[in-house]
Design a protein around this ligand. Structure first.
Ligand SMILES: [Fe+2]
Ligand SMILES: [Fe+2]
Length: 184
């Protein structure tokens, strides 16, 4: 186990929760009724996924992994491209909402949900297990410190509480309390 990987997997859990809410909202054609919630969820994803989670992967984990596990270099380059795509898609969806083009916003949001869901599976199933095997304990500890310093400086020490509260709140507002518990 490596704490620097566990933290990113924890982020993935929060991201998945919000993606599932957005996906469910779009599939049940309730985007027009839940316009403000869709906007809030996309705004959250733009910050938590792009500026926080992907930034930590790109600034800290990926460069360290390239040094200690060069065979993942090509895969990491691909993942970075997917980060760029995700950034473009979430911003495009927000812009479309801003312009009142709900149909385009829905299309972009659906693409975002599908792509990030796949991206997360790829990291969890194929990339992180390989990195975990190679990453030195000292590097792992250093990465953890870097994550913490980055979060405190840019988002505040309580960012996880804020993000978790948002994910639970948006889920309850859109799907009703305990929605996912009921279907699992
Ligand atoms: Fe990623
Ligand atoms: Fe990730």
């Amino acid at each position: 186990m490596r704490i620097s990987i566990t933290i990113l997997q924890y982020d993935h859990g929060i991201i998945r929760q919000v993606l599932d809410v957005v996906g469910e909202l779009l599939r049940s054609h309730r985007a027009s009724r839940y316009g403000p919630e869709l906007k809030e969820a996309l705004t959250f994803l733009e910050q938590f996924v792009d500026r926080f989670h992907h930034a930590k992967e790109e600034r800290f984990l990926f460069p360290a992994a390239m040094e200690e596990c060069p065979k993942v270099a090509e895969t990491l380059a691909l993942l970075k491209k997917e980060h760029v795509q995700a950034r473009r898609t979430v911003r495009s969806a927000l812009r479309a909402l801003e312009e009142g083009n709900v149909e385009k916003a829905e299309r972009d949001a659906m693409r975002l949900v599908e792509r990030i869901t796949l991206h997360i599976s790829e990291e969890e199933n194929r990339v992180f297990p390989v990195i975990e095997n190679f990453l030195a304990m000292e590097t792992d500890a250093k990465l953890y410190e870097q994550y913490q310093a980055f979060m405190q400086k840019k988002f505040g020490a309580g960012y996880y509480q804020v993000a978790e509260a948002f994910a639970n709140d948006i889920q309850d507002r859109v799907l009703g309390p305990g929605f996912f518990k009921g279907i699992v």
